[in-house]
Design a protein around this ligand. Structure first.
Ligand code: ZN
Ligand code: ZN
Length: 172
């Protein structure tokens, strides 16, 4: 929580504060992901305009959790640059644009804002690497580490022919 009354926001004023925000556990596709143990430092800019308050929140952090394909630990860098506006006198019907949901009286809940922004910025799938081979659907072997003897789920004759050529090639 940031107490705006401490920022002395007279008209035209622009203030920047650095604030640690604890990244909460996130759930993506039923799997839990977490931020770093030590809260990353977010930068909050507050500008007092003639008609209201402009907020800008910037943050860089890393989210870690199991790879979507192979379940090994994976991490993704996350970069947030979010803006909110709170009008002094929001017009009826324009609350979505003119009311900042994270503002309660003089207090801005930067933690909740950061958490929501992180969720929005997350990729659809978190992978340990772009070309992760995942697990064999039949036996669970991590195909990044080794192959298994399971028949491919959908046999492809061209692939089989290629594999045959490879197998017949002399070693070395
Ligand atoms: Zn993986
Ligand atoms: Zn297998």
């Amino acid at each position: 929580m940031i107490d705006l009354s401490q920022l002395r926001l007279e008209p035209g004023a622009e203030r920047s504060v650095e604030v640690p925000v604890a990244v909460p556990q996130l759930e993506l596709g039923g799997v839990e992901y977490a931020g770093p143990l030590s809260p990353p430092i977010a930068r909050l800019d507050v500008t007092r305009t003639l008609s209201g308050l402009l907020f800008r929140l910037r943050l860089q952090t890393t989210i870690t959790g199991p790879c979507h394909r192979c379940l090994e630990p994976a991490s993704v860098p996350v970069q947030i640059d979010a803006r909110e506006y709170q009008a002094d006198h929001p017009e009826p019907g324009l609350e979505a644009e003119e009311v900042c949901d994270y503002l309660q009286g003089e207090e801005l809940d930067a933690g909740s804002w950061a958490a929501d922004a992180i969720v929005l910025s997350m990729p659809h799938k978190i992978l340990c690497k772009e070309d992760c081979q995942g697990l064999c659907p039949s036996c669970g072997t991590d195909l990044n580490i080794g192959s298994c003897q399971c028949p491919p789920p959908e046999p492809d004759s061209r692939w089989g022919a290629l594999q045959q050529l490879k197998d017949d090639a002399p070693e070395g």
